[in-house]
Design a protein around this ligand. Structure first.
Ligand SMILES: Nc1nc2c(c(=O)[nH]1)N[C@H]1C(S)=C(S)[C@@H](COP(=O)(O)OP(=O)(O)OC[C@H]3O[C@@H](n4cnc5c(=O)[nH]c(N)nc54)[C@H](O)[C@@H]3O)O[C@H]1N2
Ligand SMILES: Nc1nc2c(c(=O)[nH]1)N[C@H]1C(S)=C(S)[C@@H](COP(=O)(O)OP(=O)(O)OC[C@H]3O[C@@H](n4cnc5c(=O)[nH]c(N)nc54)[C@H](O)[C@@H]3O)O[C@H]1N2
Ligand code: SF4
Ligand SMILES: [Mo]
Length: 699
């Protein structure tokens, strides 16, 4: 139990709200306000407030489990770890290193994500590692890389939002997904700024908007092109900025000019006057921001779509200027850091590329291995899960619950069941852990120290407040023990600070440079924005401490020539458009009281009371056609399968669209229906649109 308040951060989303932990009854701690942390200034949502409930031993795992005669049975740590080492060794001997897969998560701390990537590459020698962040912000990351030469979710701190002239929020329901951040939008409006929300549903966030556009799901690319057409036609481009700070305008302009507002209206359902109104609101103030979240990103054209929205900021001279620009609202607790330090299929720490010989040399030296021994890039998350049981025979999973959260989940569940061997590290017995051969119970946020990097690119220190229950070990200890059993005795520290010191060196000189950040600084400064290089004698003889970089691109972009690149993109259809058999569009997302696959939040009474189960949101006109009343079970059927959940009838959704949250397993699992069509660049699945048929059940 903590003696006094321990300042730390919430275990859930990318806002990483600050909180203090004091002694309390739920899991040994109570959450109290931490007003000194600037991002949330003490405010928390219900998930953050109730997070200690998941620490309590009544809902969590406290002993390793090993499958015997088909049943998971309590076992000793030695037995469980030996079983995993055996399983992985057998696969490697019989099928080669690439038959061992590793799947990570954007909720893991930087130290864990870094160690997991290193473990895959130098202990298992496998190229087959990826993580759930691929399902999250990967399209925005890919588009940001293309346009700016660097991917950091927000290139400015949240505190800049209230000071801009107009915010366009594309497919973000932050009133439910990051409630304390709603304050920034309220302040924006108090300061005279305007808010445009683009969402097929009139969400709690859209209700705050000065202008809400409700396009058909999957048509954000056409919408952005139509807006650019109007901007050009009305002479609202910033020619000087375009000349001085960008490249590729002619091609992008030509593509946009083929997207007449009337044509865009037909594709999106957003009327020409609405398009013009949005352009006026966006262009008239001196500064403006475009922020995207999963709505436009989780599409089979997510990268091009985000590129088209970035184009709007470039054509109007907004990116890389004070109080202006494009940003992506990253989702998971360490969604930003988790994509920087090597658990991604094509990546080495510091956001380095696995195919870059210089990056391989640098990281191999830090790791004390031959650069040629490092494997090349592997499969993306969905492709990796889809290869389970065929090319990939054993899987080590840490920080994800794909049985609930992967697209085409019934198929993925089958793939997982067909593995020779599955090991899962988790804090609870998730739906995926329940299928494992070995489950290891690991420590959680309040029980361990580690860093996360929030959606602003601010590196933060989560501090240990309590001792974990007996029988529970940390993910770092697990990787250390497994490495030793697999013949690598050194290089897998169990002390997070020691791992962070190594990560600093591995990231030094990379795009996401953490080398100037220390735990000490994180405590003193309440977080540090990367890049933050260590002072070098040559560059900085005085050895002054780098202050970190809250704002990016103000002088130049991170591309070779310093210019931002327009994306030459054109509209294309979703992978699956409605037809006679499947005439309705399904889109999916979140509700405020549940988090992700629900593995953690479904174990909290207060949250379950607020959001007890799945539902199908549908328009009264569609409900009437089905003869379904509020609460009646309705079936949603796609080419992948069928899900049943109670109807929730509301005029806030388009009549051609139904919405399901994806937090639950079983009959109401939204991902039974979703389409795993992948974006060609980011390999993001099309969670946000597929064709379905809706049926009343029992009628
Ligand atoms: N309560 C809660 N908060 C969370 C999470 C959670 O699970 N629960 N998860 C965290 C994580 S990892 C993430 S990634 C973020 C996600 O945060 P958000 O992106 O805000 O969440 P979503 O609900 O997935 O999608 C946002 C909105 O996109 C809309 N949408 C659907 N299809 C389209 C489309 O085609 N175009 C447009 N423009 N909009 C569309 C949906 O109606 C929805 O309102 O939330 C984080 N915060
Ligand atoms: N239909 C549909 N599907 C979606 C989405 C959507 O919008 N629609 N969104 C996608 C997005 S954006 C995301 S981010 C994914 C998320 O979906 P998942 O990857 O399933 O994410 P979580 O439910 O957060 O799973 C995290 C698991 O790790 C465990 N865990 C938490 N902390 C730790 C830790 O420190 N160590 C270990 N070993 N385990 C830990 C938790 O208990 C939980 O079981 O879902 C995706 N799926
Ligand atoms: S908004 Fe996100 S970080 Fe803040 S308390 Fe809620 S879940 Fe935690
Ligand atoms: Mo996410």
């Amino acid at each position: 139990m903590p003696n006094s308040a321990t300042p730390t951060h919430c275990p859930y989303c990318a806002l990483q709200c600050g909180m203090n932990l004091t002694p309390g009854s739920a899991g040994g701690v109570a959450v109290v306000e931490r007003p000194d942390f600037p991002v949330n200034r003490g405010a928390l949502c219900g998930k953050g407030r109730t997070a200690p409930a998941v620490l309590s031993s009544s809902v969590r795992l406290t002993t390793p489990l090993v499958r015997k005669a088909g049943v998971l049975e309590p076992a000793s740590w030695d037995e469980a770890l030996d079983r995993i080492a055996e399983g992985l060794t057998r696969t490697r001997t019989e099928h080669g290193p690439d038959a061992c897969g590793v799947f990570g998560g954007g909720g893991l701390t930087n130290e864990k994500a870094y160690t997991l990537g290193k473990f895959a590459r130098i202990v298992l020698g496998t190229s087959q590692i990826d993580y759930n962040g691929r399902f999250c912000m990967s399209s925005a990351a890919a588009a940001g890389m293309k346009a700016f030469g660097l991917d950091r979710g927000l290139p400015f701190p949240l505190e800049d939002i209230p000071k801009t002239g107009c915010v366009v929020l594309v497919g973000s329901n932050l009133a439910e997904t990051m409630p304390p951040a709603l304050r920034y939008l309220t302040e924006l409006k108090d300061n005279g700024g305007t808010l445009i929300v683009i969402d097929p549903r009139r969400t709690r966030t859209a209700e705050q908007a000065d202008l809400h556009l409700a396009p058909r799901p999957g048509t954000d690319l056409a919408l952005a092109l139509g807006l650019l057409h109007v901007i050009v036609a009305e002479g609202r481009t910033d020619e000087e900025y375009i000349r001085e700070r960008t490249s590729g305008w002619e091609e992008a302009r030509a593509a946009a000019m083929a997207h007449w507002p009337e044509y865009v209206e037909r594709i999106t359902g957003v009327s020409v006057p609405e398009l013009r109104a949005a352009v006026r609101m966006f262009c008239e103030p001196e500064s403006a921001m475009v922020l995207t979240a999963r709505g436009p990103e989780q599409q089979s054209k997510g990268t091009d779509t985000v590129g088209a929205w970035i184009n709007l900021t470039l054509a109007t001279g907004r990116a890389g200027r004070p109080l202006s620009g494009y940003g992506c609202l990253t989702g998971q607790g360490n969604g930003q850091g988790g994509r920087e330090h090597g658990q991604k299929a094509d990546q080495l720490p510091g956001y380095r590329k696995l195919v870059d010989p210089e990056a391989r040399r640098h990281v191999a030296e830090v790791w004390g291995v031959d650069p040629d021994s490092l494997p090349g890039p592997g499969r993306s998350a969905y492709e990796l899960l889809d290869a389970l049981g065929t090319d990939i025979k054993s899987l080590l999973l840490m920080g994800s619950n794909p049985v609930v959260s992967a697209p085409r989940a019934a198929h993925i569940e089958d793939r997982i069941k067909s593995l020779d061997f599955l090991a899962v590290c988790d804090v609870v017995l998730s739906e995926t852990a329940a299928l494992a051969d070995v489950v290891l119970p690991v420590t959680q946020w309040a029980e361990e120290t580690g860093t996360t990097t929030n959606l602003e690119g601010r590196v933060l220190l989560r501090r240990r407040a309590i001792t974990a229950p007996e029988g529970v070990r940390s993910d770092l200890e697990v990787m250390n023990e497994l490495a030793a059993r697999l013949g690598v005795e050194k290089g897998f520290a169990t002390d997070p600070e020691e791992v962070f010191e190594e990560l600093r060196r591995a990231s030094a000189g990379g795009p996401a440079d953490y080398s100037g950040i220390t735990y000490q600084r994180l405590v003193e400064e309440n977080g540090v924005f990367w890049p933050c290089p260590a002072p070098t004698q040559a560059a900085d003889p005085a050895g002054e401490v780098h202050p970190g970089t809250p704002r990016l691109f103000l002088d130049r972009f991170a591309t070779e020539d310093g210019r931002a690149r327009f994306a030459p993109v054109s509209h294309r259809a979703a992978a699956e458009e409605p037809d006679e058999e499947y005439p309705v569009l399904l889109t999916t997302g979140r509700v405020v009281a549940q988090y992700q696959s629900g593995a953690q939040t479904r174990r909290v009474d207060e949250l379950n009371a607020a959001a007890p189960g799945p539902f199908v949101e549908l328009h009264p006109r569609l409900a009437e056609r089905l003869g379904a009343a509020e609460g009646d079970p309705v079936a949603v059927v796609s080419r992948r399968g069928r899900a049943v959940a109670p109807a929730r009838i509301t005029t806030s959704i388009r009549p051609d669209t139904v919405f399901m949250p994806f937090h639950w397993p079983g009959e109401g699992r939204a991902n039974t229906l979703t389409n795993p069509a992948l974006d060609p660049t980011s390999r993001m699945p099309e969670f946000k649109t597929c064709a379905v048929r809706v049926e009343a059940v029992g009628k």
